[in-house]
Design a binder for this molecule. Structure first.
Ligand code: BGC
Length: 359
């Protein structure tokens, strides 16, 4: 009787451990415990910290092992990190590049080892090693910013003229031309008709670009513009800024130059960084494009899963993003804007930030 009981007990224990083992396999089942190398450009900007954390969390939840690296905005460091990931045998690479044109050589190695590469947020240029691209609709980011200025100044109805200055991002970031191009496609007709005046005359991409999206560089250019063109009391009605790191520098310069929330120009941004969102609440920035990094992370995990299980990879754009070697199949997520009227719903009620973070 005792022997039978022990037998039954042993049987039950074996079944439990067998089931647990199957369960463990099930979790890794989709991913097979594969490794994903995730390369992010820098920890300096809040968005990339969020992108990295969300990617890691979602990939790990799907059963992947994640090697997440940040490169301090240094190209050589990012190349090194990718090299090491290839050597250590990662199964997929997800890369938000620093300089989209500098990864050709290292990615040729990835291609030799049959490691698929997903360009994350920024397209990687001039290499046929890139398999897919996942991003927010960069051109739409620009048109939303342009339309925000048109609506805020009521350009369709007012005679003007209104004064504006223009800022965009880093010339080595392929996205910057889409942001700026989108915004200028909306603003140019008003500039051509004279309703909008760029007082400094600085309108070309090269003149208004900000290397590395640097807050300090944007601040110092805005300070120079104020001194040269607005110190005599000329009214500044709007500043187009392609993102928040530049907008924060522009706000610093404007506040130092004596602007207050009562005469602040319409100022655009992108990323809904905490500092920029606080500026929106204080009346020292008008809007910021909200790109929910959770959405992008989920999309990239779906791409990784599809690649790994040799299923059709979800894309929704096969025309727009040519990296110089051909069009890269892309998934575009849709951006929206946050401003003083909707930020609570968009950023706090959605759980993106807590109310305390924005105090
Ligand atoms: C991203 C923006 C970001 C900028 C600076 C761009 O490539 O799309 O969201 O503000 O880089 O990091």
């Amino acid at each position: 009787m005792k022997k039978r009981l022990i037998g039954i007990l042993l049987c039950v224990m074996m079944m439990v451990s067998l089931l647990t083992a199957c369960g463990a396999k099930e979790t890794g089942g989709k991913s097979g415990g594969k490794t994903v190398g995730v390369c992010m450009p820098t920890k300096d900007l809040q968005r990339w910290n969020q992108d990295g954390a969300n990617m890691k969390k979602e990939l790990e939840e799907a059963g992947y092992v994640v090697d997440l690296q940040y490169a301090n905005n240094e190209i050589a460091q990012q190349v090194n990190q990718i090299e090491n990931m290839i050597t250590s045998g990662v199964d997929v690479l997800v890369i938000a590049s620093i300089d989209g044109g500098s990864l050709g050589t290292v990615l040729a190695d990835a291609k030799k080892q049959n490691i698929p590469v997903i360009a994350y947020d920024r397209l990687i240029m001039e290499t046929d090693a890139v398999s897919y691209y996942a991003t927010f609709d960069n051109y739409m980011v620009g048109t939303i910013q342009g339309e925000y200025i048109v609506d805020a100044l009521d350009l369709k109805n007012q005679a003007g003229p209104f004064n504006i200055e223009l800022f965009t991002g880093s010339p080595d970031d392929n996205n910057a031309r889409y942001f700026f191009g989108g915004a200028m496609d909306v603003l140019n007709p008003y500039i051509d008709s004279g309703k909008l005046v760029v007082v400094s005359g600085q309108k070309a991409f090269e003149e208004v670009a900000t290397l590395n999206w640097s807050t300090e560089a944007a601040q110092s250019r805005m300070e120079n513009l104020i001194t040269a063109y607005y110190a005599d009391g000329t009214k500044l009605d709007a500043v187009l800024s392609s993102n928040d790191s530049c907008a924060i520098g522009i706000t610093n310069a404007l506040v130092n130059g004596g602007f207050t929330k009562d005469n602040f120009p319409v100022l655009t941004g992108q990323d809904c960084d905490i500092t920029a969102t606080k500026n929106i609440i204080a009346g020292l920035q008008s809007m910021s494009i909200f790109k929910d990094t959770r959405t992008l992370a989920t999309q990239v995990v779906e791409m990784v899963d599809a690649i790994m299980s040799k299923k059709e990879v979800p894309v929704n754009d096969t025309k727009t993003y040519d990296n110089g070697t051909g069009v890269i199949p892309t998934f575009l997520c849709e951006p929206v804007f946050a401003d003083i009227d909707n930020y609570e719903e968009l950023l706090i009620e959605s759980g993106y930030y807590t109310a305390d973070q924005l105090k």
